[in-house]
Ligand binder design. Sequence first.
Ligand SMILES: Cc1cc2nc3c(=O)[nH]c(=O)nc-3n(C[C@H](O)[C@H](O)[C@H](O)COP(=O)(O)OP(=O)(O)OC[C@H]3O[C@@H](n4cnc5c(N)ncnc54)[C@H](O)[C@@H]3O)c2cc1C
Length: 379
Amino acid sequence: MKKYDAAIAGGGVIGGALALELARAGLRVAVFDRQQPGQEASWASAGIISPAPESPAMIVTVPLAKASVSLYPEFVAQVEEISGRNVGFRPKGTLEALFSHDTKAELSTIIALHHGLGLKAEPLRAEDARELEPALSEEVEAAVLRPEEASVDNRLLTAAVLEAAQRSGVEIFSGNGAKAIWREGNRCAGLVLQNEKVEAKWTIIAAGCFSATIEGIAPYAPVRPAKGQMVALRADELKMERVLWSEKIYLVPRNDGRILAGATVEYAGFDKRTTAGGIEKILSAAIDLAPGLADARIEETWAGLRPDSPDHLPILGPADLDGLLIATGHFRSGILLTPITARLVREWITEQRVSVDWDRFSPTRFRAAAANSAQRAPS
Ligand SMILES: Cc1cc2nc3c(=O)[nH]c(=O)nc-3n(C[C@H](O)[C@H](O)[C@H](O)COP(=O)(O)OP(=O)(O)OC[C@H]3O[C@@H](n4cnc5c(N)ncnc54)[C@H](O)[C@@H]3O)c2cc1C
């Protein structure tokens, strides 16, 4: 029987980065993926690195997100050095365009919110925004520049992370997914694969939106897929340096000249088809934000499945079974949160402490919530 210090189910960017970090800390690590690793959400993503919360409920993730942003340059440098590959990191800031007629009030609310959370944000007049980003529509009334934000080419990053993990001694098994966790009393002893068991001191579930399909995991990680459709455009005459946002859309320039536009958020099970309605919505919002894109070539369309949790927050940390850790539920922020997720799991395993409080994201919170609601239910 194979035996490891850590057995990881899932070879997306999260499983790959965990494996790399643990192997570099001296552990014997294996990653098991049910297919070719790195082909799911981590491939489909837009790769925006933005700690700004998308809704008030996400404010609790800001400390985690800020820690991850500050780890990013070092993480990229390490992955690039070990893998020998470039990952298309663009620490150029992002720019949010405002179209409303009351931009003054909107601007001051956004800036105050960011500053209150310790995030850098600068108000820009429309003409200053267009000077920075000439592709912006004439209809834009004002903008917010977030200079500390960035983007990364998530496809390159995921492939490089997996390569770096392998070069650091991690064994990666494709086409050999986990059916279940191997439970022995109150302990998780490893993984049950298709035709064998693997023994591990630490078992880590990082199978993205598929995590709950592994027997024994649903109580800790009741994740479901949130489909996102994306379009890649090419407009050689259009200059775009930063990620541009509007209320409806984001545009992400890549080093290879492509501009990614996305994304829908749909709850459609494990369906990854693109639809006419989804692509139409993305394209019309993209052209509203940067009208020059009307002449762009459509190079690719695709959809991917984000791992969403019931409260939309990540699921990170030890379960109440000895030796079992969960690292999923990153929803719309898995690329952003990759370095801090890997760091915290490694700290927990090697030092039994974490440098950023992760109790709020505990995998035991769903069991506690289920027990509370059962108690409250009328008999
Ligand atoms: C359209 C879109 C846009 C996005 N944009 C952004 C963004 O701009 N910024 C950002 O930070 N995040 C973004 N995200 C979210 C981010 O991509 C995800 O949160 C992140 O990639 C999740 O990584 P993961 O490794 O957990 O999951 P995945 O990449 O889905 O990897 C899970 C892996 O587990 C494997 N697996 C499945 N079942 C099993 C099993 N039983 N046993 C073993 N392995 C198994 C799968 O084959 C897969 O390789 C976006 C996502 C989408 C879809």
